[in-house]
Design a protein around this ligand. Structure first.
Ligand SMILES: Cc1ncc(COP(=O)(O)O)c(C=O)c1O
Length: 390
């Protein structure tokens, strides 16, 4: 079921009974007063609702997690200090030495590093697979595979993963499917409704949308939730009250921001496809994208706010474009209200060897745009300004 704008505004049920403020209060307290040792004991044990120590939970995290739980139609949701902390939480809560994870080779570089090299230090084995090739995914599975990890829309060439097919495969091996939905947000796609067991979002990006927060989210089914809160507290993966308060406010406009940004992104992709300086445009919403048909089937009318393109002149052309496109700041993140750009070769994918980047189709001419909520004319004029300098 698509997410509705009405789901996003705080309702009286989201807010405290007293005092009756329309916006949520911010609770900065690091610790709370307890009425008795028995009450403290029961609250810390999860038998009684309430708060004792901020690392174990606080009202702003509860409010934000509950909103996100509803947006993803999940049984449970928990916020973390960053998107990376949410992936760490899944690993720490669900895996043990001797387990095996199947990891999309197109995953965000730090997630790939965490799930392969870092996890290996704790005795968790991994295999990489191509998320666009289900046979490759099947070949990577082993009897001890516990987790398959994929992004709904990959970075930076925006390949769309077949979530229902991958969940069927994972479940056939008794494994769980974890989907990083950061590039889609629940406005474009809700993986839990299509077979995923866990969804991760970097709330830092579109969900908050105002470039002032680092925060993560993990959502999933009740049956796999036992260890989550304890792991967040023990490993110190908890989110801060101020960040949660800001992200809760950011969510109020998520639907409007995403609708506008997705429409602008489609417009920008079509504009770039007509330009002679551009060798290739990557956007799941246009016919030429290799996963366009799957994107239409899976997402319907919206394809996300990220567009990548390859300039004909390689790295020198990128350098000139970035210097000249003065209304599009070079910011190696995404999901802001304004349009920004990034250069994968020197930022998100700098940890890979030149050969690995070449295999993924990333060269110095690739630019990744995070399209914002300005007017479509502003976005295209800003792009034209950069292209004119090549
Ligand atoms: C797809 C994706 N997942 C996870 C992350 C990590 O999120 P955070 O920076 O909030 O830790 C990022 C960060 O860029 C990302 O792009």
């Amino acid at each position: 079921m698509p997410l509705q704008p009405d789901d996003l505004c705080p309702t009286p049920a989201d807010l405290p009974e007293s005092p009756k403020s329309l916006s949520p209060p911010l609770y900065l307290a690091s610790v709370y007063r307890c009425s008795s040792p028995e009450e403290a004991d029961r609250m810390l044990g999860g038998e009684l609702p309430g708060y004792v120590y901020q690392r174990d939970g606080h009202p702003n995290a509860t409010m934000l997690a509950e909103k996100c739980r509803q947006l993803h139609a999940a049984d449970r949701a928990i916020t973390t200090s960053s998107g990376m902390a949410a992936i760490s939480l899944a690993v720490l809560a669900l895996l043990k030495p001797g387990d095996h994870v199947v990891v999309s080779k197109l995953l965000y570089g730090k997630s790939r590093f965490l799930l392969t090299q870092e996890a290996a230090r704790w005795g968790v084995e991994s295999s990489l697979f191509d998320p666009c090739d289900l046979e490759d995914a099947a070949a990577a599975m082993r009897p001890n595979t516990r987790l398959v990890v994929v992004e709904t829309i990959a970075n930076p060439l925006l390949e769309v993963a077949d979530v229902p097919a991958l969940s069927e495969l994972a479940h056939a091996y008794g494994a769980l499917l974890l989907v990083d939905n950061t590039f889609a947000s629940p406005v474009v796609y809700r993986p839990l409704e299509h077979g995923a067991d866990l969804v991760q979002e970097s709330l830092t990006k579109m969900m908050n949308g105002h470039s002032d927060v680092i925060l993560g989210l993990l959502c999933g089914r009740q049956a796999i939730w036992d260890r989550m809160a304890g792991v967040v507290s023990a490993w110190g993966l908890n989110s801060s009250p101020m960040d949660c308060w800001l992200a809760f406010r950011g969510l109020t406009t998520l639907h409007l921001r995403m609708e506008r940004a997705c429409a602008n992104a489609l417009h920008a992709a079509r504009f770039l496809a007509e330009r002679p300086e551009v060798a290739q445009v990557f956007y799941p919403g246009i016919d030429s994208h290799p996963t366009h048909a799957l994107a239409v089937r899976q997402f319907g009318p919206r394809f996300g706010s990220i567009v990548s393109f390859r300039l004909r002149g390689g790295r020198p052309a990128s350098d000139r474009f970035i210097a000249a496109a003065q209304h599009i700041p070079f910011c190696p993140s995404l999901g802001e209200a304004s349009t920004t750009l990034s250069h994968p070769e020197t930022t998100s994918h700098r940890g890979l060897s030149a050969e690995e980047r070449q295999q993924l189709g990333i060269d110095g001419g690739v630019i990744r745009l995070s399209v914002g909520i300005e007017s479509p004319e502003f976005v295209c004029e800003s792009l034209a300004q950069g292209l004119a300098a090549i």
